[in-house]
Write a protein that binds this ligand. Structure first.
Ligand SMILES: Cc1cc2nc3c(=O)[nH]c(=O)nc-3n(C[C@H](O)[C@H](O)[C@H](O)COP(=O)(O)OP(=O)(O)OC[C@H]3O[C@@H](n4cnc5c(N)ncnc54)[C@H](O)[C@@H]3O)c2cc1C
Length: 371
């Protein structure tokens, strides 16, 4: 059986690795990160960054399960590929005591035996003196098997492992699918490539191939990066990743100091004040090319000054991204026809668990267990 995976992103690279390692003949179709966003006319991706929070903690058991399944395989993938992508600095989730969100996180932590400490406002202030917390805050600190991953490097590791297992690669954008009785062809740059089955792991660009067959809300996101100097890096040594679960339903997320490709060391804060839907693929491309929203950047800078009042910021910059949300906030991983399957819908949290989502996508494609 000749298989293809479309999408060289977090889920597609994982699906390709799992298929290749299970002995399937698989080809990954996709492109590399563009060098200049502003002038790029092709597709973009949601993982072009140096940090994504990884954790077993979640309000929802499904997301906790797929994340813990993935996290358990990180070190083996790193060792097999010589590619480090995981930093186990821990994750702190915090919110108003007695409210459903933080209670749900605590309940999943307890029912899944996640290593965690439960901290009140006073204990939080002692343990994390650089953060400000309101008096009624409850913190759940996941001490092990949590922290952050470098998503670019994790994809790289998946690609190396897939290649070592015999996967093939086609550099290009899939322009369309043509399903027939005896196979399915994929148009890549005008050439028709023929396969028996195809898995789409196309993230925020799924609509361009499937129309509205798999409904996704693609939201424009802006993150702010705050560069800091060496003294601040020392002061913040050991800082975990941190998510606040706020009363108004927002959940801003903060990554500890991370080295960026330009040599700067930055904290990253995300959490847009509102959801702006991008209606179609052209809007998604335009959004990436725009470089992000200056006003959201200002909002995030104000937010970090509340969260970390003593933080000495050298420079603030912003970056664009998109998230793909489904109606029930769970990913869509299933066969659409006898020849086409999808694995999409990261719902803003699909990086950490992408290895397991990719494995599930591989199973949806071949219709049997892939281990
Ligand atoms: C700002 C931001 C912060 C986030 N933070 C976190 C976090 O802390 N933790 C976490 O777990 N998750 C986080 N996420 C979510 C996570 O990054 C995504 O859920 C994840 O990247 C989804 O993986 P994917 O494979 O579906 O999409 P992608 O990684 O975007 O991959 C899709 C790939 O498909 C390719 N593609 C699309 N169409 C075509 C085509 N026609 N032909 C060829 N290739 C195509 C794209 O180029 C891309 O490479 C965050 C997302 C954003 C935007």
């Amino acid at each position: 059986m000749k298989l293809a995976v479309i999408g060289r992103g977090m889920i597609g690279s994982a699906a390709t690795r799992h298929l290749a390692e299970a002995g399937y003949n698989v080809t990954l179709i996709g492109t590399r990160e563009p060098e200049a966003y502003a002038t790029h006319d092709g597709v973009f991706a949601s993982h072009y960054d140096e940090g994504r929070i990884t954790r077993g903690l979640d309000q929802n058991r499904f997301w906790s399960d797929v994340s813990r399944a993935s996290i358990a395989r990180y070190r083996k993938l790193e060792a097999a590929t010589g590619t480090r992508f995981y930093e186990e600095v821990g994750v702190l989730m915090a919110g108003p005591q007695g409210r459903s969100l933080i209670d749900a996180v605590l309940s999943v932590a307890q029912s899944t035996n996640i290593d965690h400490d439960q901290l009140d406002a006073e204990q939080l202030a002692q343990r994390f003196p650089y953060f400000h917390f309101p008096q009624d805050t409850l913190g759940v600190f996941e001490t092990t098997n949590a922290g952050y991953i470098n998503p670019r490097r994790m994809v790289q590791a998946q690609l190396i492992a897939a290649k070592n297992a015999g996967a093939h690669f086609v550099d290009g954008v899939a322009g369309g699918l043509n399903e027939a009785a005896n196979g399915i062809s994929v148009d890549v740059g005008g050439a028709n490539l023929n396969f028996d089955r195809v898995l789409l792991a196309t993230g925020g660009f799924t609509q361009s191939l499937l129309g509205d067959e798999v409904p996704l809300n693609i939201y424009a996101r802006t993150v702010a990066l705050f560069s800091i100097d060496a003294d601040e890096q020392c002061r913040l040594a050991g800082m975990p990743s941190h998510i606040s679960l706020l009363e108004d339903g927002r959940d801003p997320y903060l990554l500890p100091p991370i080295l960026y490709p330009d040599g700067s060391v930055c904290l990253k804060l995300g959490g847009d004040p509102e959801d702006n839907v991008l209606e179609n693929t052209q809007d998604v491309k335009d959004w990436f090319r725009s470089g992000g929203s200056q006003s959201v950047g200002q909002f995030l800078e104000h937010s970090i000054r509340e969260k970390m009042p003593n933080l000495r910021i050298i420079e603030t910059r912003i970056a664009p991204c998109v998230t793909s949300f489904t109606e029930d906030e769970l990913p869509v991983i299933r066969a659409l026809t006898g020849r086409v399957a999808v694995a999409v819908g990261g719902n803003g949290k699909g990086a950490k668990n992408s290895d397991e989502l990719g494995r599930l996508g591989a199973e949806a494609l071949v219709g049997q267990p892939v281990v």
